[in-house]
Design a binder for this molecule. Structure first.
Ligand SMILES: NC(=O)c1ccc[n+]([C@@H]2O[C@H](COP(=O)([O-])OP(=O)(O)OC[C@H]3O[C@@H](n4cnc5c(N)ncnc54)[C@H](OP(=O)(O)O)[C@@H]3O)[C@@H](O)[C@H]2O)c1
Length: 270
């Protein structure tokens, strides 16, 4: 039978996930709930079969999956308002809210709920995301597959065997886009100092970032080997890498990611 999925919150992430599910031609009936009818209208562009609701309790009546896609600040309020219905229907809950733990969700939704906690990242908005997933013990194999299918519609997914590892995922792929943006920003500034104009600098830097990631994903070599292959002794790349190594770029990256993981842990603990 056709599964029914409700997204609560008609914002950026819901738009991407709905677009991804429709692109994947998944056989699901999609509902979206948001108190703002104008927000809801932004979702209807993807399919005329999407059902819109302004009441979360009505929106989850008779469904199989609920995706909680509201900001962490209002998450508790939304959970408490739907908890009776979630418990009665034994629904699968998928949460994409950053830093909201399973313990908190159990407190607000009930002990026995089937929950998959996800940590997606912003490239999900262009269907190139990376998501870490963790399932509560009550989640069945079928529900795991369903959760994976939903999140795979906006990129790659990896399952974690331990909820605490979501803090590491936050430090790697959650915050990761910003590290690459900073590096690209610095490269663009340097490119202009070397004489290129704004547009030339932007295009060369962004295409190089995209091409390098594509090459690494499609290659059998790992990134250290790929780096060695483009670095000939005494050449231009070697001159640049010598500066980055001398300035301790790898140590800086390790420290930065460790700080992100620690902050994720603190935020999850409230
Ligand atoms: N965007 C990302 O790349 C990203 C990455 C990782 C994780 N996340 C997580 O994904 C979640 C959603 O993020 P987002 O960027 O999609 O947020 P968003 O664009 O702000 O979308 C949230 C939507 O929920 C609506 N809303 C507010 N109260 C509601 C209620 N009581 N019931 C139903 N809907 C309600 C909001 O309406 P108003 O605007 O009127 O308040 C808004 O339309 C967040 O928890 C965030 O931490 C996002």
């Amino acid at each position: 039978m056709k599964k029914i999925i409700t997204f609560i919150g008609a914002g950026n992430m819901t738009r991407s996930l709905v677009a991804g599910l429709i692109q994947d031609s998944t056989d699901m009936q999609i509902r979206v709930s948001d108190p703002d009818v104008e927000q809801l209208a932004t979702i209807y562009q993807y399919s005329s079969n999407i059902e819109g609701f302004t009441d979360n309790v009505l929106a989850i009546e008779g469904v199989d999956i609920v995706v909680l896609a509201v900001k962490p600040q209002i998450f508790q309020r939304v959970c408490e308002s739907i908890s009776n219905s979630v418990q009665e229907q034994k629904l699968l809950i998928i949460s994409i809210a950053a830093g909201v733990t399973l313990a908190s969700m159990r407190e607000w939704l009930g002990d026995e709920i089937s929950t998959v906690r996800c940590m997606p990242n912003t490239p999900a908005l262009v269907q190139a995301g990376a998501t870490g997933l963790f399932a509560s013990p009550a989640v069945s194999d079928e529900q795991r597959s369903l959760a994976e299918m939903v999140m795979r519609s906006v990129g790659i997914t990896i399952w974690l065997e331990d909820e605490a590892k979501l803090d590491a995922v936050t430090a790697v792929s959650g915050s990761g886009p910003a590290y690459f943006f900073l590096f690209m920003e610095a490269m663009q500034t340097a490119a202009k100092e070397l004489g290129l104009d704004e547009q030339q600098a932007r295009l060369l830097v962004l295409q190089t970032a995209l091409g390098s990631a594509k090459l690494a994903l499609e290659s059998d070599d790992d990134v250290a080997i790929l780096r060695q292959k483009v670095t000939s002794k005494g050449g231009t790349t070697a001159a640049a890498l010598a500066v980055l190594t001398e300035k301790q770029l790898p140590e800086m990256v390790a420290q930065a990611m460790s700080a992100a993981k620690e902050r994720a842990r603190e935020l999850a603990q409230g």
